[in-house]
Design a protein. Structure first.
Length: 290
């Protein structure tokens, strides 16, 4: 593992990114890496890797972007690409970390029924016997050298991703509305294109619906119009960069697709009630992003 922090956020490329990943899948125990770091992994992110962490025993104080949570035994954490995360485990904690290349996971999600929006944000779910068995199987397969190993690993990790997405979906209120699939498709498009600043009409055209219908569906599902969902994703990325990088406000604005940093500052201030600089100063003072 090595880290780079050109923007101020540690960005870890594990296992040589691809060179040491058999079929771009890796699995190791929690203790093998945490124990050599005094059971604490400082805030970092992975630019091209998605992770699933199964905490079998013990506890961990964790941060995913701006959220601080405590993970207990039999907990599975979904850690999407780019999510800034950190852990402080109780010594002796056990479990596994499954790492998959983002490009490979994206191929599976493109064929899934609304899996991408569910897995695109950090989340935790309760573990169960099936999730444990699949994760153990991945670890065993990864450690071995049997014929067909790469194919088996891909299949098992695809199953793990589906089960985690199912657990995340089960934790939400059951949505039986006929337009729920439209919501999932829209959220997936926003995740893929939010830095391009598509208008609601652009997304609606891609989804073959009218902008009015799209906003009506999103308001019913989330309480917000489609335009607010787009802005929320941009602001979430801005908060992440303000909290964990050394990029200037102008550099963050450009990275998010804004040509005018002053306009970006107005958008951020309207959405959060704070200017980007005030938000960053608050973090510098408190040491904890909101």
């Amino acid at each position: 593992m090595y880290g780079s922090n050109m923007s101020g956020i540690e960005s870890y490329n594990l296992f040589g990114e691809y060179a040491d990943l058999p079929d771009v899948v890796h699995c190791e125990t929690i203790e093998v890496r945490s124990s050599i770091h005094d059971w604490a992994l400082k805030p970092h992110r992975h630019g091209r890797l998605h992770q699933f962490l199964f905490l079998d025993s013990g506890h961990a104080d964790a941060r995913f972007d701006a959220s601080e949570i405590t993970l207990g035994p039999d907990t599975v954490a979904n850690v999407p690409t780019g999510c800034v995360h950190s852990y402080r485990f109780t010594p002796g904690s056990t479990g596994w970390v499954v790492t998959v290349a983002s490009e490979v996971l994206d191929e599976w999600l493109a064929e899934g029924e609304g899996l991408r929006p569910l897995l695109s944000r950090p989340a935790q779910i309760d573990g169960n016997d099936r999730l444990r068995a699949v994760t153990r199987a991945i670890f065993t397969e990864h450690e071995g050298r049997d014929f067909g190993r790469a194919h088996a690993l891909r299949a098992q990790v695809a199953l793990l991703a589906g089960l985690v997405a199912r657990g995340i979906a089960a934790g939400r209120e059951e949505d039986t509305a006929p337009d729920s699939s439209l919501q999932r498709q829209f959220e997936a498009l926003v995740e893929a294109h939010f830095t391009e600043h598509f208008a609601v009409s652009d997304y609606a055209a891609r989804l073959a619906v009218t902008p009015t219908h799209l906003s009506r569906v999103m308001r019913r599902a989330t309480g917000q119009p489609a335009s607010a969902v787009i802005e929320e994703r941009i602001v979430r990325e801005a908060r992440r960069n303000l909290a964990y990088s050394n990029l200037t406000v102008a550099e963050i604005a450009y990275a998010l697709g804004y040509q005018d940093p002053a306009y970006f500052s107005r958008v951020f201030s309207r959405a959060t009630g704070q200017s980007p600089r005030a938000f960053r100063q608050q973090i510098d003072t408190s040491g904890s992003p909101r």
